[in-house]
Design a protein around this ligand. Structure first.
Ligand code: IPE
Ligand code: IPE
Ligand code: MG
Length: 251
């Protein structure tokens, strides 16, 4: 066990970590390479971080792999990324099963090419019986898309008399999100020095602790994850209360 890992308080682990995996393109360009080379190397980081989370007993890991807005990138990059994502998921299914990892995908699957949707559905099915780490891939995902969809579905159910508008509360909305089965992330990490959310889990991150690092995603490894968790464990999570209240009655 590394010295950083040993410092982590196992009783205070976040249940759910969400990561904006950013900086693949810059990492590659700094090496004089094509942006796709960066995405390719980003997969190594995904493997390492998934393994790290599984080893620690983190319950949920959500990785932002492709946003709705990323469809607007040059078609060469979009096609390359799609192929890489689908190939990776297909090749990793065996390892996921060996490690008892259950795969989820959140996002607008209708935007995906048919072959990609098919491969993904197979992978979801093949890992559906696993009960260890829940690995959520946000793919063709954006939070505004998700919220608009949720509002449409709620409106439909109101129209059909399934729900009473007066009874709509925060739990109702939560049930209509793609993440209805998942607890909210306690820790959100973004790599590569950008300080923004980029349309990721806007509702779910309401009280998440945010951690930003300059490390580019292809260089991000378990040790960097341990640093983020240690930083998270130093924070006082107040949820609107005063510090004294939180110390007197820990959550
Ligand atoms: C993150 O890396 C991966 C995706 C958004 C798909 P980027 O491709 O955004 O890399 P930078 O931010 O341009 O360096
Ligand atoms: C956010 O990264 C999306 C993913 C990591 C998948 P972007 O690189 O697309 O975000 P912006 O454009 O810098 O905000
Ligand atoms: Mg980026």
């Amino acid at each position: 066990m590394s010295s950083l890992e040993a410092k982590i308080d196992r009783q205070k682990l976040p249940r759910h970590i969400a990561i904006i995996m950013d900086g693949n393109g810059r990492w590659a360009q700094e090496k004089g390479q094509d942006r796709l080379y960066g995405h390719f190397h980003g997969v190594e980081s995904v493997r390492d971080i998934v393994e790290g989370c599984a080893e620690m007993g983190i319950e949920y890991l959500t990785l932002y792999a492709f946003s709705t807005e990323n469809w607007d990138r040059p078609s060469k990059e979009v096609n390359g990324l799609m192929e890489l994502l689908v190939d990776t998921i297909r090749n990793e299914v065996e390892t996921l099963n060996r490690n008892n990892i259950k795969l989820y995908v959140i996002g607008d699957m209708n935007m995906l090419p048919d072959y990609a949707r098919q491969e993904l559905n197979e992978a979801l099915e093949m890992t559906s019986h696993n009960s260890g780490l829940n690995l959520v891939i946000a793919l063709s995902y954006s939070s505004r898309w998700e919220l608009v969809n949720a509002v449409k579905s709620i409106a439909n159910d109101v129209k059909q008399g399934k729900i009473d508008p007066a009874a709509i509360n925060q739990d109702t909305l939560q049930q209509y999100l793609c993440t209805s089965e998942l607890p909210d992330p306690e820790l959100m990490i973004r790599t590569s020095g950008e300080y923004r959310i980029s349309n990721f889990l806007l509702y779910q991150l309401a009280y998440a602790e945010l951690y930003f690092t300059n490390v580019r995603w292809p260089d991000f490894r378990k040790e960097n994850l341990y640093e983020a968790i240690l930083d998270y464990q130093q924070r006082e999570r107040r949820f609107g209360k005063t510090s004294t209240q939180v110390i007197d009655a820990p959550l």
